[in-house]
Design a protein around this ligand. Sequence first.
Ligand code: AMP
Length: 148
Amino acid sequence: MTVQSILKHKAKGNGPTAVTVQSSATVMEAARKLAQFKIGAVVVTKIDGGVAGILSERDIVRRIAEVGPDILSVPVRDVMTREVVTCTAETTVDEVMARMTHGRFRHMPVIDANNRLVDVISIGDVVKRHVEDVEHEATALREYIYTH
Ligand code: AMP
């Protein structure tokens, strides 16, 4: 199973495909986006649509604990993680899970062949899909048992 099969079924609602901020935005502006879209991380994008970094709620909470609430007025570029692990639509879900487990993070930007951001996949998307697959398999097994 690939990332593409999860993205196809991801409920988008009315929100954007991937929620992004510019690196010059303040941490407060990024926090407002996390709250507005009920998500755990925003991707920081370059002018050309490439990935410059990622900022998760954990980064914000950690920096508030270290520095205090003044951190909310600094630019995202000073707080974001710069070494971002990404995947493409062709990456397998097993590989995404391995990268997330190894890196201890829950979000992964999906990029295209030109390194431009196309979407974000979260551990929640992966788990939701896994639960659906297990439920389908159980239903199919039950039907098989009742009809044989
Ligand atoms: P998360 O578990 O995704 O909320 O993030 C935990 C930490 O990992 C934070 O410092 C994030 O900035 C960082 N992080 C999140 N996603 C990624 C990623 N795909 N690549 C590298 N670091 C990440």
